[in-house]
Design a protein around this ligand. Structure first.
Ligand code: GSH
Length: 242
């Protein structure tokens, strides 16, 4: 059995949430569009759309191959829950696992809002064409939405002892919270510096994830490409705290 991850090659984007969990868990995968290019991804998606089977709407998607059989699944949060189940990486308690998926879906919501700070009017327009609206949207995100979401994650991290959401070990929410913090620190460095002291559990979780052997190795590799202004988390200084 093998895995192919398909995602836009030039950005971390939503694919990074899948990569980080697979790297932390030591699950091997091929990063297909990075081995090829964006056109390979477009062609693979078109072929799946024409296949008559259920197809991904958008990347990231993960294809599990077992001999001639293959199964493709999309939606980052869904992929992470699926991998957790397939590799027996859950907590062993069904209610806890459902709550962890709930938290993962909440991270999906924050990611969408982070994207909308620089594209509040639409993904089809350039940032330069929506800078005024972006300034308004980013102010609300920085001042109200980040603290509201972070209060929620900080409280959830207090449910169990230790740095992770679960008492015993890391799971998919921990690796995704790591990426969320890294992305927000990149996009809003001044605002995140202001908030750091208010969220000791979030900072501790981020630090522990960074030290997981699989994550540390990945972050030191050339597979971890830098954040950039084509991705979801973009650093436009004018959108950060004054
Ligand atoms: N909710 C999906 C969103 C997927 C998504 O928006 N993918 C982006 C790249 S990050 C894309 O290529 N979207 C194309 C589109 O929406 O038409 C997830 O979390 O995986």
């Amino acid at each position: 059995m093998s895995y192919d991850l398909w995602y836009w090659p030039g950005i971390q984007g939503r694919g990074e949430f899948v990569r980080l969990f697979m790297e932390a868990a030591g699950i091997p995968y091929r990063d297909r569009a990075r081995q090829g290019d964006a056109q390979a991804l477009v062609e693979d998606m078109e072929a799946r759309e024409k296949s008559g089977a259920f197809a991904p709407y958008a990347p990231p998607y993960l294809v599990a191959k077992d001999g001639a059989d293959e199964f493709a699944i999309a939606q980052a949060a869904h992929i992470l829950a699926w991998l957790t189940d397939r590799h027996d990486l859950g907590s062993g308690d069904p209610q806890t696992d459902l709550h962890l998926i709930q938290l993962q879906l909440t991270i999906t919501d924050v990611v969408a809002e982070a994207h909308d700070t620089h594209h509040p009017l639409g993904g089809g327009l350039y940032y330069e064409d929506q800078k005024h609206a972006a300034a308004t949207r980013a102010k609300g995100f920085r001042e109200d939405r980040i603290p509201k979401y972070f209060d929620h994650f900080e409280a959830a991290l207090g449910v169990n002892p230790g740095a992770f959401f679960r008492a015993d070990r890391f799971g998919h929410v921990d690796t995704s919270l790591f990426q969320l913090v890294e992305g927000l620190r990149y996009a809003f460095p001044r605002r995140m510096a202001e908030l750091a002291a208010d969220y000791p559990r979030i900072c501790a979780c981020r630090d522990e994830v960074a030290e997981l052997p699989g994550i540390a190795a990945y972050l030191n590799s050339d597979r971890r490409i830098p954040f950039n202004e084509d991705g979801i988390f973009r650093h436009y200084p004018e959108l950060d705290a004054p």
